[in-house]
Design a protein around this ligand. Structure first.
Ligand SMILES: N[C@@H](CCC(=O)N[C@@H](CS)C(=O)NCC(=O)O)C(=O)O
Length: 202
């Protein structure tokens, strides 16, 4: 398999973590962001959106990180894991991205306190829903077993906690779940990394 995409992208990190969990060998080709290459013919032929990640597995070429996660987990995909992953896409990742852009990726002059607060409020509301997925002593979002939902949503938390270290104080179950998945080798290797490469400093 070949994974295309810079490791500083949270969507690429999800796939790198999933590949690490799968134990299958892969080649990592670095494309995107400060590394460029999105418009190189070889890469552009793989994806019409020219964004990362892209996975090639023999004749199969996939873009969209969550589709790649489903593909890698295809022998054990559960509808519950899929449901939580979709919730990540629709409800948690948008405010996470909003606040990450406000605090890291935008020039000071473009940042807006009211917009940041709106994203934090939406993220907080999402955390209130996420905690119900961890009720009844569940260790993982889809129940007993670790799944792609833990990867898709868990990948956001290194940056969330770095920017807002106390945000999980009101969500002890989410905090516990995060501490547990953050100890996994794939998270430590690919997710718990510096995002300084992305910071706009002006
Ligand atoms: N929904 C897509 C989003 C893909 C996307 O927006 N990727 C960003 C990085 S997170 C990208 O390629 N940006 C341009 C670049 O890195 O050059 C997914 O989950 O794969």
């Amino acid at each position: 398999m070949i994974l295309w995409g810079r490791a500083s992208s949270v969507n690429v990190q999800k796939v790198l973590w999933a590949l690490e969990e799968s134990g299958r060998p892969y080649e990592h080709k670095i494309v995107g962001g400060i590394f460029g290459g999105n418009d190189d013919p070889e890469f552009a032929a793989l994806t019409p959106v020219r964004r990362v990640p892209v996975l090639q597995d023999g004749d199969v070429t996939l873009w969209e990180s969550h589709v790649i996660l489903r593909y890698l987990a295809r022998e054990q995909v559960s509808p519950v894991a899929d449901m939580w992953m979709e919730f990540g896409s629709t409800t948690l990742q948008p405010p996470f991205l909003g606040l990450f852009w406000q605090q890291v990726r935008m020039r000071k002059a473009e940042q807006d306190k009211a917009t940041l607060e709106k994203h934090i409020k939406a993220l907080y509301a999402g955390l209130g829903i996420l905690k119900t997925g961890l009720a009844d002593g569940r260790t993982y979002l889809a129940g007993e077993g670790f799944s792609m939902a833990d990867i898709a949503i868990g990948s956001l938390f290194h940056r969330i906690m770095d920017l807002h270290p106390t945000i999980l104080d009101d969500f002890p179950k989410v905090d516990e779940w995060h501490a547990n998945i953050a100890a996994r080798a794939g998270y430590r290797k690919w997710v718990a990394t510096s995002f300084e490469e992305l910071r706009v400093t002006e």
